[in-house]
Design a protein around this ligand. Structure first.
Ligand code: FAQ
Length: 318
């Protein structure tokens, strides 16, 4: 293709973005647009899959049958989100095997939040309330992202995430209204998950390397800082309502901005976790790689069955 032709295609592409038209898998797109989508969508898919591990830790120890059913359903939903997202990513010309390989070799990133331990039952409440809460705030704008397969996957994902957020908050409500020990457990979980949940929304706008271009392409519809502020403004009153204290001495309602001012985030901690030095990075990767290796016989059996069926069809046809 000549340079002139590429320029014309680029101009048409930019116009479609400006008119909020969805870009579909078979449409022409700049190579950078394709690559940046593979990056974000695959990181998102990996996060959903790794994100099952901290909660999986509590399935056998849920305090009642009802809690166990809800937790199990939530974790299965996260697996489903991972699968939609891998499928959306594959439409951009990358194979599932490549994506898994990037995750298992430690090349791919996944959300920092899943490298923290889940040490009490209240952590199941805090994850649903805070982590799914932050995920919804991040993902609702993604329902109108410019790449069609990603935007459509997000619609269902967001519906399920709101159920997750409510089940988490309900656990916190129950604990906060329970015995002094239960309330203390809820407060301790909030203390440990608050700051990592704020970090989950990504580095500050000043530090974010991809935001500017991703906003131009309408991949991202809101910046990391905008999403973080929205999350804080939404969550602080929910903590107040159940008598829990957000662990930030600098948190203060700003009348002028009609928003909360908040304290300094420990970005060193964030980058340490992103670089693989968080409390559970190694454990998460080991669990994931072991599951993949131990599941090999299932994949082989499914392939053997599919081949056998295909051969039968061919034999019938000849
Ligand atoms: N952790 O320039 P930016 C969930 C990396 S799903 C690790 O700001 P961008 C559901 C970033 O990749 C949670 N790395 O990047 C659930 C980049 O590195 P790169 C996941 C992070 O893409 C709930 C570098 O830092 N959600 O929770 C993180 O414009 C409960 C510079 O950053 C999504 O993935 C981080 N937190 O903005 C499951 C949503 N933040 O790639 C189970 C879609 C940044 O150059 C249980 N993704 N980095 O090597 C997004 O919206 C964006 O990708 C951001 C980052 C906002 C995460």
């Amino acid at each position: 293709m000549s340079e002139e032709q590429i320029k014309t295609l680029e101009a048409q592409f930019e116009e479609r973005i400006a008119h909020d038209e969805k870009i579909e898998a078979k449409d022409w797109m700049p190579e950078k647009y394709r690559k940046t989508h593979i990056r974000q969508i695959s990181q998102h898919a990996h996060s959903e899959i790794i994100g099952m591990l901290p909660e999986g830790n509590w399935i056998t120890r849920a305090p009642s049958l009802r809690r166990k059913v809800a937790l199990l359903a939530k974790i299965q939903d996260e697996a489903g989100h991972g699968l939609y997202l891998y499928s959306a990513c594959e439409t951009l010309g990358v194979s599932r095997d490549e994506l898994y390989d990037q995750l298992h070799s430690g090349k791919a990133k996944y959300s920092s939040i899943f490298n923290y331990p889940t040490i009490t039952w209240a952590d199941m409440g805090a994850i649903g309330w805070l982590v799914d809460g932050a995920a919804i705030i991040n993902q609702v704008p993604l329902c109108s992202t410019s790449y069609g397969p990603y935007a459509r996957a997000m619609i269902r994902v967001c519906k399920e995430e709101s159920f997750h957020q409510r089940q988490g908050y309900e656990i916190m409500v129950k604990l906060a209204n329970g015995t002094p020990e239960q309330k203390e457990m809820a407060q301790d979980a909030l203390n440990r998950w608050w700051w990592p949940s704020l970090m989950m929304l990504g580095p500050t706008d000043a530090e974010s390397v991809h935001t500017e271009q991703s906003m131009k392409w309408k991949l991202k519809r809101k910046s990391n800082d905008e999403l973080r502020q929205q999350f804080i403004d939404q969550t602080v009153p929910q903590a107040d309502l159940i008598g829990l204290t957000v662990p930030d001495p600098d948190l203060k309602w700003n009348e002028e901005r009609q928003s909360y001012d908040f304290g300094e985030i420990d970005w060193d901690e964030f980058w340490q976790v992103v670089k693989g030095h968080g409390p559970c990075n190694k454990e998460r990767m080991n669990a994931r790689v072991t599951a993949w290796e131990e599941g090999e016989w299932v994949r082989d059996a499914a392939m053997a069955y599919a081949e056998k069926k295909e051969n039968k069809k061919i034999n019938k046809a000849v």
